[in-house]
Design a protein around this ligand. Structure first.
Ligand code: NAG
Ligand code: NAG
Length: 341
């Protein structure tokens, strides 16, 4: 009798203790995450207007933290994720604020035009246009859907450097304000070929320092002579869905490309060769500034992004090259083009 009572008593204690411990650890988790969120807010100068917003952002931050930790703990991945400045945004919000490529399916049905690198042979195994001084520092589009302007300008900067020997940082804002057509809408998204068209028509583009980036739609004042520091004479499209053609072009100059940047893997990418799940619905634009093969033998495209230096490999991404799909990983080979200086 006494014995059974004793056992019951201990069993009871045991259950209570376990429950208490897991409740404690849940509370501890919340406290740790709350502290991490607080530190992160200080680090990135973030504040929230209302308690509701604070609660909602905390939940998003927590979800993202879990996603990132789970991914990194999985091991056996060719790339890593990290808690960056975008950690309080859902992926949907992130894309709305930080992408900005508008895809027009009708565009792809156009007949291929001249592709000057078509018959190129002896394409080098790897190239890094940064090492050839043809790439300016990483820029930041901030929360304006102007990726298309950054993608185009990086390609123009490269073409101008290769032609003239001078690397100039050129103005995305001028493109945002002035390259307005029925398909290009400044911070609401646009199209690289429209940017090239504008620069040709305007007979030049200003230096960054003369026409500074504001991350807002502004009034175009690009007609002035001082806003023509560099010129291009035209542009060409790389034949679509053809990574070999993209390789030929990228061996000659930096190339503007569109891709599908949706997904948390892209949002929190912090290094390695990105081969994560993605579709090919083009919604973001970047610039291919090289290619190569990683130490692990994975072929990659070297991509310059416009999300600041704290994203990815100091602002760059290496993304899988020579994949099974003709469209390239995340659709990178679907819509490349380059300017002619
Ligand atoms: C790691 O991934 C490779 C290729 O994706 C696979 O072949 C291999 O079995 C994986 N190894 C482990 C330990 O999961
Ligand atoms: C490539 O070579 C083919 C066959 O000689 C020729 O018809 C074509 O015009 C060349 N392309 C370019 C861009 O020079």
């Amino acid at each position: 009798m006494a014995l059974t009572l004793k056992i019951k008593f201990f069993t009871f204690m045991f259950i209570v203790c376990v429950d208490l411990a897991s409740a404690m650890s849940r509370m501890l988790d919340e406290t740790i995450v709350a502290e991490r969120h607080r530190q992160w807010m200080v680090q990135h100068g973030r504040s929230y207007a209302t308690q509701e917003e604070q609660t909602m952002r905390f939940q998003t931050f927590k979800n993202n933290l879990e996603f990132i930790d789970n991914f990194n703990n999985m091991g056996n991945q060719t790339y890593k994720l990290s808690v960056n400045e975008f950690a309080d945004l859902t992926n949907e919000e992130f894309l709305t604020y930080y992408a900005g490529y508008t895809f027009y399916p009708s565009e792809t049905s156009l007949k291929p035009k001249r592709f000057r690198y078509e018959n190129l042979t002896n394409v080098p195994e790897s190239i890094d246009w940064r090492k050839k001084g043809a790439v300016t520092g990483i820029k930041n589009q901030a929360s304006c859907g102007s990726c298309w302007a950054f993608s185009a300008i990086a390609a123009v900067e490269g073409a101008v450097k290769i032609k003239t020997g001078q690397l100039l940082s050129l103005s995305e804002q001028q493109v945002v304000d002035c390259a307005r057509t029925k398909r290009s809408h400044g911070c609401d998204g646009g199209y690289m070929d429209e940017a090239f068209n504008y620069i040709v028509r305007n007979q030049g583009i200003a230096k960054e320092s003369k026409y500074r980036y504001t991350a807002k739609d502004g009034k175009c004042s690009g007609q002035k002579e001082t806003f023509r520091a560099a010129q291009i004479v035209g542009y060409e499209d790389v034949p679509k869905d053809n990574e070999e053609a993209l390789l030929k072009a990228a061996s000659q100059q930096p190339v503007s490309v569109a891709l599908d940047g949706a997904g948390y893997g892209f949002q929190f990418y912090s290094g390695g060769v990105f081969g994560g799940a993605c579709r090919t619905r083009l919604n973001h634009a970047v610039t291919v500034v090289g290619y190569g093969t990683s130490e692990d033998g994975i072929k990659y495209w070297l991509v310059k992004n416009s999300w600041g230096k704290s994203w990815g490999e100091n602002g760059y991404m290496r993304i899988k090259r020579d994949v099974h799909s003709k469209k390239g990983h995340c659709g990178i080979a679907k819509k490349p083009s380059y300017p002619l200086a």
